[in-house]
Design a protein around this ligand. Structure first.
Ligand code: NAP
Length: 315
């Protein structure tokens, strides 16, 4: 008698965020047999607040689960949400928005491995090398486990997202209400990447039969400074958008006003200063090579979402 084949499930931590939500959408619209588990601290709210997305989801393909990195009692929820005959085969890991979470994340990797998860795909960042701060420690741990043949793994290291301007409150509000963009990046350039493209790379890493066992530096197609972004937005919106170049201290103070903890705001301002000094000044062909599609340009993205920026206050 042959053993019945188990249906694979994929858990997307941070499944309501900029990249996670797009991974869920892409996975659930694919013609695959996967069940997608969408993890969030507000699983119930997520069900009602993302109704239009939910309507397009096939209920048999997507389930929402309550998961909070800071409450280990919730870590088993994805496993208990699995219907009979389903196995959690892969997890997409997005860190909580706090510093010092790496030990917690590695502990969850072990927790999931003990329950049979084989593949882990981590979302890190272009500015973090394996072994570096935060997700860098998780990156190094996955690579080490992979070298011992104990997991299949991939680490995505995306640069800054185009969607930050439309979905992140600090930028969204300042464009909409003041026609201004604030950073401490000076004339430093960034290869802004679209979250749809990051999600497409992630979907391949989660579902390809052969495990990637590698890292991907996920970059967009053009190098643009915040000043360049402001010029493109001005053209798209038909009103003048201005980049205000702040000092590191001014940026930290501003981010804290948006509720960011002091230590995190300090790290974010240090990242802006490194961009000013050229740290993000490169592009590559990873999106095209992995997905077969060219990465999206910022102007096309801006055109597609321009309503979110309203008619705004004039600068
Ligand atoms: N934005 C960028 O430009 C950029 C660039 C490179 C790398 N990254 C990295 O990507 C990651 C996500 O950033 P993002 O901008 O995409 O954030 P985001 O859109 O705000 O998504 C964050 C996700 O994490 C979940 N989350 C936060 N705290 C949690 C907790 N304690 N327990 C469980 N879930 C939690 C949130 O879900 P709920 O609130 O629903 O629980 C949300 O789905 C970060 O590690 C960031 O460093 C970001």
């Amino acid at each position: 008698m042959s053993t019945p084949i188990s249906r694979p499930a994929i858990l997307v931590l941070g499944g309501t965020g900029k990249v996670g939500s797009r991974i869920v959408r892409q996975l659930s619209s694919y013609d695959t047999n996967h069940l997608v588990l969408v993890a969030s601290r507000n699983a119930n709210n997520a069900s009602s607040s993302s109704q239009s997305q939910q309507q397009s989801e096939d209920a048999d393909k997507v389930r929402h689960v309550h998961f909070d990195w800071d409450n280990t009692d919730t870590w088993s929820n994805p496993f208990s949400a699995l219907p009979a005959g389903t196995t959690l085969s892969a997890v997409y890991i997005i860190a909580p928005g706090s510093l010092n979470a790496e030990t917690l994340m590695n502990t969850f990797v072990d927790f999931a491995r003990e329950r049979g998860v084989r593949r882990f795909v981590l979302q890190s960042a272009s500015c973090i090398e394996a072994g570096g701060v935060l997700m860098g420690k998780v990156h190094a741990y996955l690579r080490e486990l992979g070298q011992r043949g104990q997991v299949e793994w991939a680490v995505l290291r995306p640069t800054w997202f185009q969607q930050n301007f439309a979905e992140q409150e600090n930028h969204l509000k300042s464009i909409r209400e003041e026609s201004k963009l604030y950073s401490a990046t000076g004339d430093g350039k960034i290869p802004w990447v679209n979250a749809d493209d990051i999600a497409a790379v992630a979907v391949r890493a989660l579902t390809d039969r052969d495990p990637p066992n590698t890292e991907y530096l996920v970059l967009g197609p053009e190098l643009l400074s915040y000043g360049d972004i402001a010029s493109i937005l001005s053209e798209v919106l038909g009103r003048r958008i201005v980049h205000v170049d702040l000092t590191a201290a001014e940026l930290e103070e501003r981010l804290q006003r948006f509720g960011m903890p002091e230590d995190y705001s300090h790290m974010m301002s240090a990242l802006d200063i490194s961009i000013k000094n050229g740290s993000e000044n490169r592009t590559n062909d990873v999106v095209l090579a992995v997905t077969g599609s060219a990465p999206k340009k910022f102007k096309d993205f801006a055109e597609s979402v321009k309503e979110v920026w309203g008619t705004g206050g004039r600068a």
